[in-house]
Design a protein around this ligand. Structure first.
Ligand SMILES: CC(C)(COP(=O)(O)OP(=O)(O)OC[C@H]1O[C@@H](n2cnc3c(N)ncnc32)[C@H](O)[C@@H]1OP(=O)(O)O)[C@@H](O)C(=O)NCCC(=O)NCCS
Length: 216
């Protein structure tokens, strides 16, 4: 998915082993969204997603703080699903203990994102939504899930890069409160510059909307 939707025309840098590294690394979260029929199996999947978070949390107390305060893990029915999608982390143990909770067949994956957390900043490595599921708010949900996880741990600065030609993603991140810091020439294998963006999570993503609410 990453190679088709993000790295098109580039030498694939996000190999399976690199993604596996992020799945198993305690400072990274790999989040996926599955398209689900509403109500039928969504609860079970969401509950499993919470267990997946718990698996990771037990390996890393810092992540436990982040995960335990996230609505999707504290209460599997809250914040982790809606009528169409179920969000959950990929278990760190997947592939090693045969835990396939969220290892859905690729055709079921509607979107995914990878964020790496450090003490003061978080970095969005990848985010993509399947073309058939775009403009339904899924990209926003994925990103907000990861942002909330960062903020819960007291990490308020989120950074990212995107391809300079990616107007859709630029509009998306701008809509979600990210501001352009500058351009990095040749960032993508020397053939395309990157736009570097960041957001301080303490600043509202929609100041205009908040101002409207305050007035009403
Ligand atoms: C960028 C991307 C993740 C957005 O996902 P999405 O699920 O369609 O986004 P959302 O539905 O949550 O959009 C939220 C808001 O962002 C803005 N937005 C999203 N995509 C946009 C686009 N192509 N053009 C203009 N604005 C856009 C809109 O304001 C949208 O709200 P609206 O639909 O109510 O107008 C998706 O287009 C994608 O996967 N692109 C290919 C991969 C990629 O570019 N990844 C990011 C760089 S790593």
């Amino acid at each position: 998915m990453s190679q088709q939707l993000i790295e098109a025309g580039l030498r694939p840098a996000w190999t399976a082993s690199r993604i596996h590294w992020h799945i198993t690394h305690p400072d990274s979260v790999v989040l996926i969204a599955r398209a689900e029929a509403p109500a039928v199996s969504a609860f079970g999947a969401a509950a499993s997603a919470a267990h997946a978070v718990d698996d990771r949390a037990s390996a890393d107390p810092a992540l436990a703080d982040r995960a335990s305060a996230h609505p999707g893990s504290a209460d599997p029915t809250a914040g982790s699903r809606d009528a169409a999608f179920v969000l959950g982390t990929v278990p760190a143990a997947s592939g090693t203990r045969g835990n396939s909770t969220l290892a859905a067949p690729a055709r079921c994956v509607a979107g995914f994102a990878i964020m790496r957390y450090s003490q003061d900043t978080a970095h969005l490595n990848l985010l993509a939504v399947d073309p058939g599921h775009r403009r339904k708010g899924l990209g926003r949900r994925l990103l907000e899930w990861l942002e909330e996880t960062a903020a819960t741990a007291g990490t308020f600065l989120v950074g990212l890069e995107l391809r300079a030609s990616n107007d859709g993603a630029l509009a998306f991140y701008t809509r979600l409160g990210y501001r352009e810091l500058g351009r990095v020439a040749g960032y993508y294998q020397g053939v395309e510059p990157a736009i570097r963006m960041s957001r301080d999570l303490r600043v509202s993503a929609s100041p205009e909307r908040d101002a409207g609410r305050a007035e009403s």
